[in-house]
Design a protein around this ligand. Structure first.
Ligand code: AFP
Length: 317
């Protein structure tokens, strides 16, 4: 840990980007509260329970999905800089302050199928210029980040000038982890939900088969596999030691563009990854160049170690 705290970091950011600083500060306040709520002994059963409602994309909403969303909406409503809030849990944009100069997009609770399995879950956010409207390419982002509620509660955040890692202390402050966040260019570890292999397009199957062939195969080295089922948890590991994450399009109904949503999952992750020297693609183009057609649009997502993502893209898609 260094002496830098998120509070001090945001004070520095506020000099040039006051709206970004105020928005991240509000989101961090929610993350501290969510971390405590998730850890409370009486909460697991209730928070992981399905509410009987579904979000715009048809996913069952867990109580914690809705609680996290409501906490973020309330926190951002108190920030005059925020013109609108876009959420996985809301059908449409929530207009907040007419004169606001930023839009905040979020997956308030990523990995909710893991809530009652004691596996890391998180919050993903993206901060965009209000002038660009709700559907603008990720290249426009002013900031993005992921909070991870796991053995540690952590934050990876970028405001466009590198990626910074913080960990929540017992004092309720996020402390800089003193980690120069750079994505290793090479990896021998892939993350994919292999149970979907019969639904994959041929290039994905060929890529994974070559990884599985190991040192006897065309890649001439052995690969390891991880799949947490929580984007923020797989993402944190990949930032830590490299890796390639793949959620490609597949032949299942509704998965012709994969599972992850562009505006508030793939795009903020792509900004973080790119800022750390990694790559994020839909298999054909950089995620950050895709202009959304709709708020809940899905996108095939491959991100991580630059050389390995480039290798995957060579297989075609
Ligand atoms: P949930 O929030 O519904 O658990 O979905 C999590 C997620 O969007 C992402 O965090 C995971 O990487 C991915 O879905 C896992 O998808 P599968 O359950 O199909 O493996």
């Amino acid at each position: 840990m260094t002496a830098l705290t998120l509070t001090k970091f945001l004070t520095q950011i506020a000099a040039d980007q006051p709206a970004v600083a105020a928005s991240v500060r509000a989101l961090a306040g929610v993350a501290v509260e969510l971390s405590a709520t998730i850890a409370r002994p009486d909460s697991t059963a209730q928070l992981g329970a399905v509410r009987g409602s579904a979000n715009a994309d048809g996913d069952d909403q867990k109580k914690l999905d809705v609680l996290a969303d409501e906490m973020i909406a309330t926190a951002l409503a108190a920030v005059d800089h925020v013109a609108a809030y876009l959420s996985e849990e809301r059908d449409a944009a929530i207009q907040l302050h007419d004169g606001g100069d930023v839009i905040v997009a979020s997956d308030p609770l990523d990995g909710s199928s893991n809530i009652d399995t004691n596996v890391s879950i998180g919050t993903i956010f993206s901060i965009l210029p209000a002038s660009g409207g709700s559907l603008q390419p990720g290249r426009n982002q002013l900031a993005s980040g992921i909070f991870v509620y796991g053995p540690q509660t952590t934050l990876l955040v970028t405001c466009g000038d590198g990626v910074f890692a913080f960990q929540l202390g017992t004092d309720g402050q996020f402390h800089d982890m003193g980690w120069q966040v750079r994505m290793p260019a090479e990896t021998s570890e892939f993350a994919i939900n292999a149970s979907n292999s019969r639904h994959w397009a041929a290039p994905v199957s060929r890529y994974i088969a070559d990884c599985l062939a190991g040192s006897a195969g065309p890649r001439q080295r052995n690969f390891n596999m991880r799949w947490v089922g929580s984007l923020v948890a797989d993402g944190w590991r990949i930032f830590r030691r490299g890796g390639i994450f793949l959620y490609p399009a597949d032949a299942r109904d509704g998965y012709d563009n994969g599972r992850l949503r562009l505006v508030y999952e793939a795009s903020p992750m792509a900004f973080l990854v790119t800022q750390a020297g990694g790559r994020a693609s839909d298999g054909q183009q950089d995620i950050l160049d895709i202009v959304p057609d709709a708020l809940h649009q899905r996108v095939p997502l491959v991100f991580g170690s630059a050389n390995e993502v480039d290798e995957f893209v060579k297989y075609g898609s």
